[in-house]
Design a protein around this ligand. Structure first.
Ligand code: ARG
Length: 460
């Protein structure tokens, strides 16, 4: 017989390299705490339902508590021969309390055990992710409040489009992170379901009390179908998909930080704390942290595609392929939280070159829409107004002259509808003030956005 925990029907054991290939202990030891908690809940339920006697259960509980202390003290040693965290801990429990340890696995399978561990792991980490997003939102909001009258060009196609405020720009990201927060918040609902008691796939003949063990672990719900309970990894997919969308947002924001901090833009400057120098070029101040966050989006997308691919062809219920579900989730947790923290601190410590942001608005044509709107308001059909403004832009480009520097006589050669009041319409401040449609960049609108955002943040 094989010396494995499951060795009864085997005459030979796998070679060592096969053991090594099949083992997950190198990474699933990260679930040790959750595994012990899951086992404690399970054995308390076995005691409560009298499936185990009180004395047997109490010995197991004491043994598990010893393991928990040893784990916290860094005193547990795991081995590849015991394959995964579940069997390692069971073997260690047997060392602590002897053969009664073998009763822990009554009415349980590693299939519901591993699913429970992963649920617990994410359930414990989602609040940290939510808090880290909220911190970033706070930082953006704080800066937005300070920069309600800081003007800058808004872009489309990375070409100057129309003037906006820096506050409006920052609040756009605030809104994106609000949706991220809501997605991770909803993620808690599907994570907060307990698979324990589904056993291998079909439930168990023992009179277990699934609600009891779920309550012990703080789960609000239990899976209604045992096959689904052990096969479902949607909660992990949701986590990775939410993480991927979050990283898209962080990456876009970092891309803009990198651009805005370049010499060509010069709108922002990173704190020295988040930049690095060059080993050869003494003048360099490189936005490495922003670049790294942009780069790390790639691994998170990889984590998502990896798990989607692992799951897509799997027949119900458990298959060993599912052992591949963990590393991507662990990787995402350990990546997104620091990315959020660094981004928050970069935002808090950015210097804003208000003069430069506003100066570019005095030399560009981002007020051309104002001219078209001005004509349209004076009765010229918008398409025709657009064409007249376009011709004036072309004239300006050729004469090296902005619209606001064009004299009235020239304006009137293009359209007699243009009067002296055009100059105030062309002023970027007026342009912004007038964009008072709901959600627009108008000062009053941004102020209202900020107020709503502050209300949302009150729960933190
Ligand atoms: N190490 C396994 C995993 O991570 C645990 C579950 C094993 N179950 C089984 N029936 N082989 O998925």
């Amino acid at each position: 017989m094989s010396d494995k925990l499951w060795g009864g029907r085997f005459e030979a054991s796998p070679d060592q390299f096969v053991d090594e290939f099949g083992a997950s202990i190198s990474f699933d030891q990260l679930l040790a705490h959750e595994d012990i908690q899951g086992s404690l809940a399970h054995v308390k339920m076995l005691k409560h339902t009298k499936i185990l006697s009180a004395s047997e259960a109490d010995q197991i509980i004491a043994g598990l508590e010893t393991l928990a202390h040893k784990l916290a003290a860094g005193e547990l040693e795991f081995s590849v021969a015991n394959e995964d965290i579940h069997m390692n801990l069971e073997a260690l429990l047997a060392q602590e309390i002897g053969p009664v340890a073998g009763k822990l696995h009554t009415a349980r399978s590693r299939n519901d055990q591993v699913a429970t561990d992963l649920h617990l792991y994410l359930k414990n980490r989602l609040p940290q992710v939510l808090d880290a997003i909220a911190e970033l939102q706070k930082a953006l909001l704080h800066q937005a409040k300070k920069h309600q009258t800081t003007l800058m060009p808004g872009f489309t196609h990375l070409q100057h489009a129309q003037p906006i405020t820096y506050a409006h720009y920052l609040m756009a990201y605030w809104q994106m992170f609000k949706r991220d927060w809501e997605r991770f918040d909803f993620n808690q609902k599907h994570t907060d379901i307990c698979p324990l008691g589904a056993a291998a796939l079909a439930g168990t003949t023992f009179p277990i009390d699934r609600k009891f063990s779920a309550d012990q672990l703080g789960f609000s719900e239990i899976y209604a179908n045992s096959l689904d309970a052990v096969s479902d990894r949607d909660f992990a997919l949701e986590f990775l998909s939410n993480s991927s969308i979050l990283m898209v947002h962080l990456s876009r924001f970092c891309e803009e930080l990198i651009l805005w901090c370049s010499y060509e833009f010069g709108y922002l400057e990173l704190s020295d704390k988040f930049a690095t120098g060059s080993s050869i070029m003494p003048q360099k101040k490189n936005p490495d942290m922003a670049e790294l966050i942009r780069g790390k989006s790639g691994r998170i997308f990889g984590d998502l595609i990896g798990l989607l691919t692992v799951l897509k062809g799997l027949p119900l219920a458990y298959n060993k392929d599912m052992q591949e579900d963990k590393e991507g989730v662990f990787d995402a947790v350990k990546t997104i939280i620091p990315c959020l923290k660094i981004c928050t601190q970069m935002v808090e410590t950015l210097s804003v070159n208000k003069a430069r942001m506003e100066q570019v608005l005095t030399t560009d044509f981002s007020n051309a829409t104002e001219l078209a709107d001005y004509l349209a308001k004076n009765g010229v059909p918008f398409r025709q107004a657009h064409a007249i403004a376009g011709k004036l832009v072309l004239h300006g480009i050729k004469q090296h002259q902005t619209l606001q520097d064009t004299d009235l006589a020239t304006f009137q050669k293009f359209s007699p509808k243009i009067q002296a009041d055009v100059y105030s319409a062309l002023d970027p401040k007026t342009a912004i003030k007038r964009r008072n449609s709901y959600g627009g960049t108008g000062f009053a609108q941004v102020e209202q956005q900020i107020e709503l955002a502050e209300q949302f943040m009150q729960k933190f």
